[in-house]
Design a protein around this ligand. Structure first.
Ligand SMILES: [Zn+2]
Length: 351
């Protein structure tokens, strides 16, 4: 395999792509070359196993082994202590392909898109330095709540799976800037996502969303929101479900709206806790609060003066909804206080 030595331009980069390599091909690279190599490309070969000989490249920082037929990653990969990026797109990996201690790697970038994962491997949730995780085009059915442990994550790509819901724990990722969840089966977005203060791009196209939580308006850094291919409701939904409030709720609402003082001296602790849980009615013309009883109401909010986005509101009572006009899509139903300035959301892709 003399051809290897001249295969790349720089000393630290070794490109062994498209050479029909099999599992035993790495042993023939010279020892000096192995030591010098920081970036290794093994794409479009015929490897079924990431061979143990990979550990001969002791200074490796970047490994791309995409487009092989890999179904096993060797146990010894964890000896590559300098490895920062592992790209293994379009292989045959699943949650049983990874070694037990894979989570001890110091990876910052991991790309397992186009494989056969049915669940997110628990080892990946131990990679605490991970900044970019791609598992697009797999067979994932859910996102584990433990995703919240990846606190360095800036990019999470999970497009093209079979995910049906978003866990609220996802909102605990302080650095997350790019969240791609397109082409899944997601029916709702948890309101907690407003806590993703770094979020710049949210990709939700081709899902089963009918509305978004109004809290999405708090994502001040959001520049891109893609929503095409969702069954977003386009007109005012008239049938509201509203259970009359309980006596406890009515009493609680009065205490809160009249600003009556209360403390643990006056009330049993469960009532104090109950009172503390009051939600403020989002209607700007209403000073009311609610507890368990509220009206689910979809409001259309103008985005960039171009699109009207259905947002879910919870209001304190049916009287609190806007008066229904004869034209259900008329501007009377638009909430001017919540309109989003065009400069804030630069690209909303609904079409
Ligand atoms: Zn109200």
């Amino acid at each position: 395999m003399e051809g290897f030595e001249g295969a790349s331009s720089s000393e630290s980069v070794l490109d062994l792509s498209r050479l029909n390599l099999n599992n035993n091909s790495l042993d023939t690279v010279s020892e000096k070359r192995r030591k010098d190599t920081k970036q290794l490309y093994l794409c479009y070969n015929r490897m079924t196993v990431l061979p143990e000989s990979i550990t001969l490249f002791s200074n490796l920082e970047f490994l791309d082994i995409s487009n092989n037929t890999l179904s096993v990653i060797c146990e010894d990969i964890i000896r590559l202590t300098k490895l920062k990026a592992l790209i293994a797109k379009n292989n045959r990996l699943n949650e049983f392909s990874l070694p037990k201690h894979f989570g001890s790697l110091q990876l910052e970038v991991l790309n397992f898109s186009g494989n056969r994962f049915e669940e997110m491997p628990s080892q990946c949730l131990q990679l605490l330095r991970l900044q970019s995780l791609s598992l697009g085009g797999n067979r994932l059915k859910s996102i584990p709540a433990e995703i919240e442990s990846l606190t360095s994550l800036e990019l999470l790509y999970l497009g093209g799976n079979q995910i049906s819901s978003i866990p609220a724990e996802l909102a605990n990722l302080p650095c997350l800037s790019y969240l791609v969840l397109c082409d899944n089966r997601i029916q709702s977005v948890p309101p907690q996502l407003y806590r993703l203060h770094s979020l710049r791009s949210l990709s939700l196209h081709n899902n089963l969303l009918t509305y978004l939580p109004r809290e999405i308006l708090s994502l001040v850094h959001l520049q891109e929101l893609s929503l095409r291919g969702n069954p977003l409701v386009v007109r005012f939904v008239k049938d509201m479900t509203y259970d009359p409030p309980s006596l406890l709720e009515l009493a609680g609402r009065t205490v809160k709206s009249k600003n009556l003082p209360y403390s643990h001296k006056d009330l049993p602790s469960h009532l104090v806790n109950y009172l503390d849980m009051a939600s403020k009615c989002p209607n700007p013309k209403c000073a009311g609060v609610y507890f368990d009883s509220c009206v689910r109401h979809i409001k259309f909010v103008d985005f960039c003066g171009k699109y009207r986005l259905p947002l879910m509101h919870y209001l304190c009572s049916p009287e609190c909804t806007s008066p229904c006009s004869s034209n259900p899509q008329s501007d009377a139903d638009s909430d001017d206080d919540n309109s989003v300035p065009a400069d804030r959301l630069q690209r909303v892709l609904l079409g």
